[in-house]
Design a binder for this molecule. Structure first.
Ligand SMILES: NC(=O)c1ccc[n+]([C@@H]2O[C@H](COP(=O)([O-])OP(=O)(O)OC[C@H]3O[C@@H](n4cnc5c(N)ncnc54)[C@H](OP(=O)(O)O)[C@@H]3O)[C@@H](O)[C@H]2O)c1
Length: 238
């Protein structure tokens, strides 16, 4: 059997002090920066040209929701790399084939969707026509282990930013695939029970905390913002 491979995964997120991540609920941050600016500037400082997100977050970049045309051909369930020369990647899970990208990139980052075998020919034809790449990562769901193996093996990505939301981060952490966490904490308490947090592991709560961390660095940023970087030291038994 071939050994699974994966990139080095850094989960980068901007949170309130209680770990909640919906920046649209926060008041303006001191200094006038908004949370997306803070997120982007800190993320860019890693210099890593590939990011990965869940379906809900990827929808924010997908454009309008057009109707799919009927495919005139049957499409093989094999991985499709539309741009072999791409060096920067915007990668999103889309197990059900719900996203409707009409452009092959997000601000210059080539779009790659992680799909399951249940998606339709109409959807795959749409992605091919749009110049979007896709990787098959499971029969009905996106198996995150398979996904990371393909991201490394098929796309050649060695370092990857995992950028939300909490549900998808939770699945990747729970599978033991996160190497590092970069958390930018804004001076806000959200407090809303049920509001998405940085790691919301799908399904029943794990028996114990999901991971123990080792602090790697801490920086104080303007406006009372704190930036923590941690190594994932140990994952709990699942
Ligand atoms: N503050 C920050 O730094 C930050 C960063 C990123 C995002 N966000 C915010 O986070 C919010 C979205 O977070 P979210 O947790 O609701 O959604 P998410 O993690 O972006 O997406 C979750 C969805 O991904 C799909 N999915 C596919 N494969 C999966 C897998 N193996 N495991 C888990 N999910 C999988 C599922 O949808 P299906 O069941 O339909 O397939 C699931 O409901 C947005 O409001 C976004 O703006 C904040």
């Amino acid at each position: 059997m071939v050994r699974a491979m994966k990139p080095y995964v850094i989960c980068h997120m901007c949170t309130a002090i209680d770990g909640r991540i919906l920046g649209g609920r926060w008041p303006p941050l001191p200094g006038g920066k908004d949370s997306s600016e803070l997120f982007e500037s800190t993320a860019d400082s890693f210099g890593i040209g590939a990011w990965l997100v869940g379906t809900t977050t990827m929808r924010e970049f997908a454009g309008r929701n057009v109707r799919l045309k009927k495919a005139r051909r049957r499409i093989e369930r094999t991985d499709h790399v539309a741009d072999r020369r791409a060096r920067r990647f915007a990668i999103g899970a889309d197990a059900k084939g719900a996203l409707r990208f009409q452009d092959p990139d997000v601000e210059g980052d080539h779009v790659v969707l992680l799909v399951s075998s249940r998606v339709t020919d109409d959807y795959l034809a749409h992605l091919q026509d749009a110049g979007v790449s896709y990787l098959f990562c499971g029969a009905r769901d996106v198996d995150v282990k398979v996904a990371l193996d393909k991201i490394r093996r098929v796309l050649g990505i060695r370092r990857l930013m995992l950028e939300g939301g909490g549900t998808f981060n939770g699945a990747v952490l729970h599978a033991g695939l996160v190497d590092e966490i970069s958390q930018v904490v804004v001076p806000v308490v959200d407090g809303g029970r049920g509001v998405t947090t940085i790691f919301d592991i799908p399904g029943d709560p794990p028996r114990k905390a999901a991971a123990a961390l080792r602090l790697k660095s801490y920086r104080k940023l303007p406006g009372g913002v704190s930036w923590f970087r941690y190594r994932v030291a140990r994952r709990s038994a699942r």
